[in-house]
Design a protein around this ligand. Structure first.
Ligand code: SAH
Length: 357
């Protein structure tokens, strides 16, 4: 058992079983032992690799997406660029490098990074120390700058805690984390049903609900509705709500049990893009997509960009660039090009963003 696992077992022994949502919150965000709080999980040495870490093209194209919108929205004098869960700061670094020569943009820009991890905040600071644009860190989205805002979130929503419910005798019971007879963490169901959940479903059906993600999306959308702007949410997930659960734990690029190593394995779920889109439209925003990452990147010109990079690259480098293109846009069922979806959101006064048609 991990040190955090022992803490959680003690907590459960004292207070009784805890919800999956609370368990995930502790496993990922516990100030002392939480997974993101204690390490940089990204890259070959870590537990998973993300699109910006695969290729600079990803961030560069998103940078051009931002610059294009800024130009077409009339080049406002102040623009806040917000990134949720910036990891190592690689995406933001590539965005800023790619937009350096857009006249006036960097003078208008201020960057806000929303990051809960002190370790990653320090990595981001080092990555962006000489980026030439003011950078500020926030722990959450509660006090974003009150001006037009572009929001970027790559692999952020998948990292937020969720609740599970199971259908038993025509009621929904919340999935809890308790202790088995050997005092190991084990899943169980709450004795009392959740009467507020009215959905009909066959006996045994599982339901996954991301209330924390819903709240963040609603608040972000309210911010954009008030101050203007747009956003991009990129993550693995599904385009339609459905039953079933998608919780997974990853350690050193391999799957492990979600209760096996709290604090030492990444816990994620697939993002429900239909739900996120509903949250945005409920606040008066217009959504684009979701579309697949393959289609979005193709729409932004990743093929042309690859060709240009290859032209000026040494043969070894050229092979890497070509491999990155294939990996980011792989359209097969489990490839990043189709598993990853992109959702655009914007204030009704904003022009239509690139990459969605
Ligand atoms: N976007 C980066 C990193 C993805 S990993 C990339 O694509 O490479 C998830 C990121 O979200 C990490 O930076 C993690 O510390 C951060 N994070 C997870 N949950 C968070 C929360 N509730 N509040 C703020 N940041 C969070």
């Amino acid at each position: 058992m991990t040190p955090l696992g022992l803490d959680i077992a003690r907590l459960i022994a004292l207070e009784g079983p805890i919800s999956l949502e609370r368990y995930m919150g502790l496993a990922l965000g516990d100030p002392r032992y939480g997974y993101y709080m204690t390490r940089d999980p990204l890259g070959a040495q870590g537990d998973f690799t993300t699109s910006p870490e695969i290729s600079q093209m990803f961030g560069e194209l998103i940078g051009l997406w931002c610059a294009d919108l800024w130009l077409r929205m009339g080049q406002p004098e102040k623009l806040s660029l917000v990134e949720l869960g910036p990891g190592r700061g690689t995406l933001m670094q590539d965005v800023l490098r790619a937009t350096k020569n857009v006249i006036g943009l960097h003078r208008a820009l201020s960057v806000t990074l929303v990051e809960m991890s002190p370790v990653l905040r320090e990595t981001q600071r080092q990555t962006l120390v000489s980026c030439g644009v003011p950078v500020d860190w926030h722990e959450d989205i509660s006090a974003l700058p009150e001006q037009p805002t572009l929001v970027l979130a790559n692999e952020f929503f998948d990292a937020l805690p969720v609740r599970h419910y199971q259908r038993v005798h025509q009621h929904w019971h919340q999935r809890m984390v308790g202790l088995d007879t050997d005092n190991h963490l084990a899943f169980g169901l709450a004795a009392e049903p959740e009467h507020a959940l009215k959905l009909e479903a066959p006996e045994g059906t599982l339901l996954e609900i991301g209330l924390i993600g819903d709240r963040i999306m609603a608040d972000l959308s309210a911010h954009i509705a008030r101050f203007g702007g747009a956003g991009l949410v990129i993550d693995y997930g599904h385009t339609r709500s459905g039953f079933g659960e998608t919780l997974q734990a990853m350690k050193h690029h391999a799957f492990t049990g979600p209760l096996d190593a709290p604090g030492e394995a990444d816990l994620t779920t697939h993002v429900n893009f239909e739900r996120l889109a509903q949250m945005a439209t409920a606040q008066g925003l217009i959504v684009a997509g979701s579309t697949t990452q393959a289609r979005f990147l193709a729409g932004l010109g990743i093929v042309e960009r690859t060709a240009r990079l290859i032209k000026s690259a040494a043969p070894e480098q050229a092979k890497d660039v070509e491999a990155a293109l294939v990996r980011l846009t792989d359209p097969s069922e489990k490839g990043m090009g189709s598993l990853f979806k992109v959702l655009g959101l914007r204030h009704p006064d904003m022009p239509e963003p690139a990459g969605f048609n």
